[in-house]
Write a protein that binds this ligand. Structure first.
Ligand code: SAM
Ligand code: SF4
Length: 475
């Protein structure tokens, strides 16, 4: 008889769903936020300990304005004390919007006949990347619909193409991906092209709600999506990003589930997600959902602060989906990365006529239309250091957020100097005279605050080398 290995294979438990809705609702329904308990939990997080589900449930149930304010202040303190004042900048680049799924919230869904479909060709990708580089971008996230044309080989090809584009002093030093879940072999192929983070958002972790929003296509398979980043880990791709699309289900459930997902990755692979994203539903061509679960601004700010406290060493990404005022507010509570100069219409970075106003060409509406330069102006004005740093990933220092968080002095030794060096590059190559004046003042001020963790003389030397024409210096 022929040997059939699959008969004897032990089922891989890691590829099964790890979300138990009853368990999560159990935590939420039994959580009683007293003053004393909420304060203990905030203190635990400030003591650099991760929160468990029971503790997170207490925070999501907190409505007393005084305590909510303490949660916000706690998140602000954690951000200031632990992460400092850097904000990493990136831009999304949509490569193709063909899609075989029918997500009810998305303008790219297959049944939306109004959507203008496009996949950028190689020449168009090069033009887009050149335009992005001319603006000063160094970090991109490439975005794809779910379609047979967007195979792992295709994704890997586009990543390598992007890395190869160099316009004047411009280059892209980190390419992240937001695309459909792959199988293990697929993740391996994409990893080999040299990507940074692979993001897959679960949208909502509630299985029944998930089913209603995903009526057809491969994305209908909740478990396949939920376990996608386990397959990434199996493929050796350990830099992954998770997220939930807020507005699909009770936000408290999805916050706890993001924490549960983090626990799962840590328990199974010893490494949590690199980043958490928390997009809120925005207008899209033919948007087909009711507003029952839409998240108010107030709850949104609160949920970001709770996530900051619950998973203190995970990067948090806030995108231009949100309007300027919300971005300003939320950035204080623990966001570590934002996009700048974002355009969602395919091919629009190299087309000056394009103004983010045509929903049939975009996945959803963005609400912060400022250029990268304007965002940088505001960051500098508010004492944040705009950073394009890619050092850890290129030096193989993985788990950088964990190190930032847990290794004393790590930020002042590496992150701040690298932020200052990449800001210098930006100012020299792309800055306006006023930006240069304000930017170099900010650099000077931060050099004085390194407190001996990094040799300020050495940082200054490298800044001078950049001014003299050298590029890509980092610690
Ligand atoms: N097709 C891939 C997928 O579904 O995973 C790529 C993701 S899609 C291009 C990027 C993310 O945008 C989705 O995962 C979803 O969370 C978010 N998104 C979709 N429609 C949205 C809307 N109307 N408002 C805000 N975010 C939306
Ligand atoms: Fe396709 Fe992604 Fe949009 Fe769903 S969210 S329709 S999978 S592009």
């Amino acid at each position: 008889m022929k040997f059939k290995p699959e008969v004897y294979r032990i089922p891989d438990e890691r590829m099964k769903s790890f979300i138990d809705p009853e368990e999560i609702w159990g935590y939420i329904n039994s959580a009683k936020p007293t003053k004393e308990r909420v304060r203990q939990i905030i203190a635990k997080s400030l003591d650099k300990q991760r929160l468990n589900l029971e503790e997170t449930a207490i925070l999501v149930n907190t409505t007393d304005p005084e305590l909510v304010d303490e949660i916000l202040q706690g998140a602000r303190t954690l951000k200031e004390k632990v992460y400092g004042n850097r904000i990493v900048l990136f831009a999304p680049l949509y490569i193709g919007n063909k899609c075989t799924n029918n997500c009810k919230y998305c303008g790219f869904r297959a049944s939306n006949k109004d959507a203008v479909r496009k996949t950028l060709g190689d020449d168009e990708i090069v033009k887009e990347v050149e335009a992005l580089e001319e603006n000063g971008q160094k970090r991109l996230i490439l975005v794809y619909g779910e379609h047979q044309n967007y195979s792992p080989e295709f994704i890997a090809h586009t990543v390598k193409l992007v890395y190869g584009v160099k316009k004047n002093n411009g280059e892209i030093r980190r390419v992240n991906i937001n695309a459909a879940p792959l199988d293990i072999e697929g993740f391996r192929i994409v990893k080999e092209s040299g990507i940074g983070t692979y993001q897959v958002f679960q949208e909502t972790y509630h299985p029944e709600a998930y089913e209603t929003y995903h009526p057809s296509g491969k994305k209908r398979d909740y478990d396949w999506r939920l376990t996608s980043l386990d397959r990434a880990q199996e493929a050796g791709l350990d830099d992954v990003g998770i997220g939930a699309l807020f507005g699909l289900y009770d936000w408290r459930f999805d916050v706890l589930s993001l924490v549960r997902h983090t626990n799962h990755l840590e328990a199974c692979y010893n490494v949590g997600p690199h980043t958490i994203s928390f997009p809120r539903i925005k207008s899209a061509s033919g948007l087909d959902i009711n507003d029952k679960y839409f998240v108010s601004d107030e709850d949104f700010v609160k949920l970001v602060a709770i996530l900051r406290l619950a998973v203190p060493y995970t990067g948090m990404i806030l995108t231009a989906r949100e309007p300027i005022e919300i971005r300003r507010q939320v950035i204080q509570f623990g966001v570590s990365q934002i996009d700048g100069g974002t355009k969602l219409e395919l091919g629009s970075y190299s087309d000056a006529k394009n103004d983010n106003q045509n929903l049939n060409r975009e996945q959803f509406q963005i609400n912060d239309n400022r250029s990268l330069g304007e965002i940088i102006d505001e960051l500098i004005e508010n004492d944040y250091i705009p950073s394009f740093c890619t050092a850890c990933y290129r030096l193989g220092r993985t788990g950088e957020h964990f190190m930032e968080f847990s290794v004393p002095g790590f930020i002042k030794r590496y992150c701040t100097p690298n932020a200052l060096l990449t800001l210098t590059e930006y100012l020299v190559d792309y800055g306006t005279p006023i930006q240069k004046e304000k930017g170099f003042k900010l650099i000077e001020k931060n050099l004085h605050q390194l407190n001996g963790h990094q040799d300020a003389v050495e940082v200054r030397k490298r800044i001078d080398k950049i001014i003299a024409g050298e590029r890509d210096l980092y610690f």
